[in-house]
Design a protein around this ligand. Sequence first.
Ligand SMILES: Cc1cc2nc3c(=O)[nH]c(=O)nc-3n(C[C@H](O)[C@H](O)[C@H](O)COP(=O)(O)O)c2cc1C
Length: 195
Amino acid sequence: MTIAPNPLAEVSRLLSRAHTEESHDATAATLATVDAAGHPAARIVLIKVIDASGVTFYTNLESRKALELEANPHAALCIYWPTLHKQVRIEGEVEAVTEAEADEYFASRPRGSQIGAWASQQSEPLASRRELVSSYLKAQARFAGQAVPRPPFWGGYRLIADRIEIWHNQLYRLHDRFLYERQVEGEWTERRLYP
Ligand SMILES: Cc1cc2nc3c(=O)[nH]c(=O)nc-3n(C[C@H](O)[C@H](O)[C@H](O)COP(=O)(O)O)c2cc1C
């Protein structure tokens, strides 16, 4: 296994392979955040874009993860593609995507998911499932016969990667680990780590 020169291009290439070869949603990644007290939390999000600057995901901007990211923008994403036998770790700081980007992605979502975004106060306590369904039906009635706008409390974050590790499974646990670190000028350096 040789080290590819550009880690984000390599992760993007692996994601394309994972789309065809993995049986589960290949875009699922564990997002780790840290709260103001330094306590970590992790949950899955779906990666929507990988480009030269980083990795974009979307969420409720009043959710626990969003509040943690507002207090501390340092975050990490971890992806495992079991069929490809690969793990990818991406670390850096998040920035909010632009309103235009969020609008464009929101508009591409199925109508039911758009209404669902209005219906959920993500991470807040919910008395019953009935309350959630009723909130969905209210939003459905509110936007009947018109396009569903993006809620002001819904948007995206881009993890600007400064450290990426690609792990390839090998025999006898002698795995290949390639660590990439972004330098001040923006270029990447790469080296191997012991498995
Ligand atoms: C396969 C899968 C994909 C998910 N994708 C997203 C996502 O893209 N955005 C999101 O906000 N939550 C997503 N979730 C739900 C989150 O894991 C989490 O439950 C939710 O965002 C609340 O997290 P928080 O309270 O830490 O903010 C997904 C869950 C699973 C299992």
